[in-house]
Design a protein around this ligand. Structure first.
Ligand code: UDP
Length: 244
């Protein structure tokens, strides 16, 4: 893919400009970080696997009417995306209690939430990505009240589609993080990536709390076999995509 200059290098991806100002290229790296980059490493082939999983999931979502930044994926690690202004928000959807929800509230790991939870975190490494209240989000002008309503609805729609899709893959979608951007017409587009780096995914054919983990918690908690787990997610996503 012909790119021009590097615009931004993040923890897991590099963003390049192209000759078309409306189009960027997102390059998926093998680098992995956790705990606000205090833990660093690489996961062999992660870039290829996450690019492929994200590609399939963006297509599934587009087919169901969700507007995303994805255009196409011209190579194994590259995605052409629409240039958007990313909102500094991490939109987290939870179906089952895990991670920071358990840490912050004392709810037991694995508790099924009666209705899914949509939460907003401030995407700001210096502040450690804090959980926002609605009022703090508005105070900081991170989105308008209308955008906030739309983001919540979009996050719930995405959850509905992905939960069903992963269910067909024999995988439980525990929680995940989304990012959104605004295109030049100020339309909200789903952006970034959707992969085992950004979702908690539990293998339904395993009951053991460690063995069932198919996502970045394997890296965070040094559970081993990270690549194998990511590749298994990809294999199941590919097989399920072929059926629809
Ligand atoms: N997540 C993410 N990037 C972040 C923070 C969270 O992709 O910077 C994802 C994480 O992988 C999980 C979900 O969002 O699927 C909820 O994460 P949580 O708030 O429980 O935080 P964590 O346990 O990762 O600290």
């Amino acid at each position: 893919m012909k790119t021009t200059q590097k615009l931004y290098e993040g923890k897991a991806k590099i963003l390049y400009a192209t000759e078309d100002p409306q189009v960027l290229v997102s390059y998926f790296k093998d680098d992995a970080t956790a705990f606000n980059a205090q833990k660093r490493g690489t996961i062999a082939d992660k870039g290829r696997i996450n690019c492929a999983i994200s590609t399939h999931l963006f297509q599934v979502l587009e087919d169901k009417g969700i507007a995303t930044h994805w255009i196409d994926s011209p190579s194994e690690r590259e995605m052409r995306v629409k240039a958007v202004k990313i909102l500094p928000l991490e939109v987290v959807v939870r179906n089952i209690a895990a991670g920071s929800l358990c840490r912050d509230t004392g709810i037991d790991l694995g508790t099924l939430l009666e209705s899914s939870l949509v939460e907003f975190y401030y995407k700001n490494d210096d502040l450690g990505d804090p959980l926002l209240t609605r009022d703090r989000l508005l105070l900081l002008n991170l989105a308008t009240p209308e955008q906030l309503t739309q983001l919540t609805q979009l996050a719930q729609q995405v959850n509905h589609i992905l939960k069903d899709f992963f269910q067909q893959c024999g995988i439980t979608l525990v929680d995940f993080k989304l990012e959104f951007g605004l295109d030049p017409q100020q339309t909200l587009l789903l952006a970034d990536e959707i992969s085992p780096d950004t979702c908690r995914l539990w293998n339904q054919s395993e009951t053991d709390a460690s063995r069932r983990v198919m996502d970045k918690d394997r890296f965070r908690q040094d559970l081993g076999n990270v690549e194998t787990a990511y590749q298994t997610v990809l294999d199941r996503v590919v097989a399920q995509s072929a059926k629809i």
